[in-house]
Design a protein around this ligand. Structure first.
Ligand SMILES: O=C(O)CCC(=O)c1ccccc1C(=O)O
Ligand SMILES: [Mg+2]
Length: 346
């Protein structure tokens, strides 16, 4: 699957788009309040010869992406007949829409699934914030996860720090823990946590400070041995490139659904050997399948476990796709029917 804008051809496509609005089964507690409903769009391209493809626009506005309304306005401006050249004029700032459009080129949907069949990639289980983590872990361990991500920075920092020992006590020697503060800590709190993480099986600490505190983030990276990861700081690929150019040597958590065309992401990682983790933006099965289909063919993007173990997000099998367990293989992709999802939005 190529998942980029085809070059040098002025084939025209029929373009359409439909909005969706889906309640989250368990509203997500974040540093930005409660997230209860996912809004987005599905886009569709149909080649003159008949081939069809789909893509998903799934912004997270508090990550600094475009809003659904803004993406919709650009779509309206494109009209119902488009060329690849016209789609490439969508501005860089519209990372979600550019991801969706690049996914939707019909040629990308004709890929040979056989080439992916043998691949099996590990998935990270997302654990809930607070004390709930302790009950959530055992069944995840039982089902075979080797990698976990715990949301911190939500409750009282001292209570959470005390819980860290209990979480690590439950972690078998073969497993690793990621911590994600979503930018909620101040420098003092971050310092306490990072000191505590030294010599612990912590794979990395994600976005310990708000994106605005760039000096703070660079300072922490130099002061502590634990690996740091940027997420909110690098929502769009241009920002990841800038941090890298300025010397960031930690991990880049990339939410491909926010970052623009998958091809551009892969090219960057291939040329610079950036240390990346692919992560879900709580998109529907349609957008997730586009990312995971691509991930199965690109080893350089999947050196670390996939941040897609988000469980049943919508509580609706069609929009969640098949249950994704501790290991992704091409069988999961076969359970996602993009055409059917499109048709339910009719
Ligand atoms: O990255 C993962 O493992 C799961 C995805 C995740 O944590 C997430 C999902 C939606 C919005 C924000 C985030 C985040 O990484 O902060
Ligand atoms: Mg994060």
């Amino acid at each position: 699957m190529s998942a980029g804008f085809p070059k040098g051809r002025s084939v025209s496509y029929r373009f359409s788009y439909r909005a969706y609005r889906l309640p989250l089964r368990f509203p997500l507690r974040t540093a930005h309040g409660l997230w209860a409903e996912r809004e987005g769009m599905i886009v569709r391209l149909q080649a003159e010869g008949g081939g069809v493809g789909w893509g998903e626009v799934a912004p997270i506005p508090w990550f600094g992406t475009e809003t659904v309304a803004e993406a919709e306005e650009v779509c309206r401006g494109l009209g119902d007949k488009v060329t690849a050249e016209a789609l490439q004029t969508v501005p860089e700032r519209f990372g979600c829409l550019r991801f969706a459009l690049a996914c939707a080129f019909p040629a990308a949907w004709l890929g040979d699934p056989a080439q992916q069949q043998a691949k099996r990639l590990p998935v990270t289980a997302l654990l809930p914030a607070g004390r709930a983590v302790l009950d959530a872990m055992p069944p995840k361990l039982e089902s075979g996860y080797l990698s976990f991500k715990w949301k911190v920075g939500v409750g009282d920092p001292a209570d959470e720090l005390a819980l860290l020992d209990d979480v690590l006590a439950q972690l078998p020697g073969y497993a690793k823990l990621r911590l994600d503060a979503n930018g909620a800590w101040d420098r003092r709190t971050a310092t306490k946590w990072l000191a505590r993480c030294a010599d612990r099986p912590v794979e990395f600490v994600e976005q310990p400070l708000a994106p605005a505190d760039e000096d703070g983030l660079r300072g922490l990276a130099g002061d502590f041995p634990v690996t740091l990861a940027l997420d909110e700081s690098v929502a769009r690929l241009v920002e990841a490139k800038r941090w890298q150019a300025e010397g960031w040597r930690g991990v880049f958590v990339i939410k491909p659904a926010l970052a623009g065309p998958l091809d551009e992401l892969a090219a960057w990682v291939e040329t610079t050997k950036a240390d990346v983790v692919l992560s879900s933006a709580i998109e529907t099965a349609l957008g997730r399948a586009a990312v995971l289909r691509f991930a199965l063919t690109r080893a350089e993007l999947t050196k670390r476990a996939l941040g897609f173990g988000v469980g049943e997000v919508f509580g609706d099998r069609r929009w969640d796709g098949p249950m994704l367990g501790p290991v992704l293989d091409a069988g999961w992709l076969a359970g996602v029917n993009s055409e059917e999802l499109w048709n339910t939005l009719n």
